[in-house]
Design a protein around this ligand. Structure first.
Ligand SMILES: O=C(O)C(=O)Cc1ccccc1
Length: 311
């Protein structure tokens, strides 16, 4: 098995990948962007890609949401949570914050340290890097002329980089959620605490179109743990919704909600049912009796008995 991830070694994405059982014995290939990682899966160059999908502070990772929503279908088979803390590292010869004028890091990391940077590095310039590890390792390359980088403590320590400050994140306790993606194939078996991800184009524009979509979940007692709108790119005002719902497609209420979504928005894309890590703070503790598999089965049997008298 070949696993690719947003690299190089030392990214938060690699830390997420290393949580996957058995991955330490498998081949691991870094990619320079989320898109190239997913393309490797689509082309068959890799079996799985680990990519960031959302952060508890910054929200969704647009590059990932868009790349898995369009193009050849992909499937999410696992989610992984990684607690995030950042350090500021500097190139040789810099030993105080006053000497830092240019900072490089991944846009997602900068978004989570922006206030600290504004308060502590007044007037600095930001240079986007393809990942936090790429920004940090760039400090060792004489061709690069930036002063500092923001990265994970581990990559700083493993490369003996000069750490100026630790814990520079604006919000303590931030967590990033990563997903392991493969080509569509076998759906992971239900564990009783699962998540289902779908991408739903907003059907023809009419008052309440979004309400109609949400109602498919609400009416069957399916709780949502994430919903984001993303532009389709076709025109201003054209959107799709990326949704995580609590439950597995093998559960009757989820299957029925997905069927309802398909009736309303036939372009809906199923991105997978997979084990949920932790429980969302809004998770409903129990499923109402009328939304259980048994209630759906009894109701279907009742309708079947009625239809048996036809003609
Ligand atoms: O650049 C990295 O290390 C990544 O894995 C992307 C990222 C950046 C910041 C927070 C979480 C993930």
């Amino acid at each position: 098995m070949i696993y690719t991830y947003l690299g190089p070694a030392g990214t938060f994405t690699e830390a997420a990948l290393m949580q996957v059982p058995g991955v330490d014995a498998a081949e691991r290939v870094p990619s320079t962007s989320v898109n190239t990682a997913l393309e490797k899966v689509r082309s068959g160059a890799a079996d799985f890609a680990m990519v960031p999908i959302e952060n508890s502070v910054e929200g969704g990772v647009s590059a990932t949401l868009d790349a898995i929503a369009t193009g050849e279908s992909l499937q999410i088979v696992r989610e992984v949570l990684v607690p995030i803390t950042f350090v500021l590292v500097a190139r040789d010869g810099i030993d105080s914050l006053e000497q830092v004028h240019t900072v490089s890091t991944h846009g997602h990391a900068y978004a989570q340290t922006r206030h600290w940077c504004e308060a502590n590095l007044p007037g600095h310039d930001f240079l986007p890097a393809s990942s936090t590890a790429a920004g940090a390792l760039g400090l060792l390359d004489p061709e690069n002329h930036y002063d500092a980088a923001i990265c994970a403590p581990l990559v700083a320590e493993q490369n003996s980089l000069n750490i100026l400050r630790r814990g520079i994140e604006d919000t303590a306790g931030a967590v990033t959620r990563f997903v392991l993606v493969s080509k569509p194939g076998r759906i992971p078996v239900p564990t009783g605490n699962d998540k289902t991800t779908v991408v739903v184009p907003l059907p023809d524009d009419h008052p309440g179109a979004l309400m109609d979509l949400l109602d498919q979940f609400a009416a069957r007692g399916v709780n949502l743990s994430r919903i984001e709108s993303r532009p389709t790119g076709e025109a201003l005002g054209s959107y799709f919704f990326s949704v995580d719902a609590e439950g597995h497609i093998t559960e009757a209420r989820m299957a029925d909600a997905l069927a309802g979504l398909h009736r309303i928005s036939p372009g809906v894309r199923f991105l997978g049912s997979y084990p949920s890590v932790g429980r969302s703070p809004n998770a409903t503790a129990s499923v109402a009796r009328h939304n259980t598999d048994e209630a759906f089965a009894e109701a279907a049997a009742w309708v079947a008995r009625l239809k048996a008298h036809l003609g």
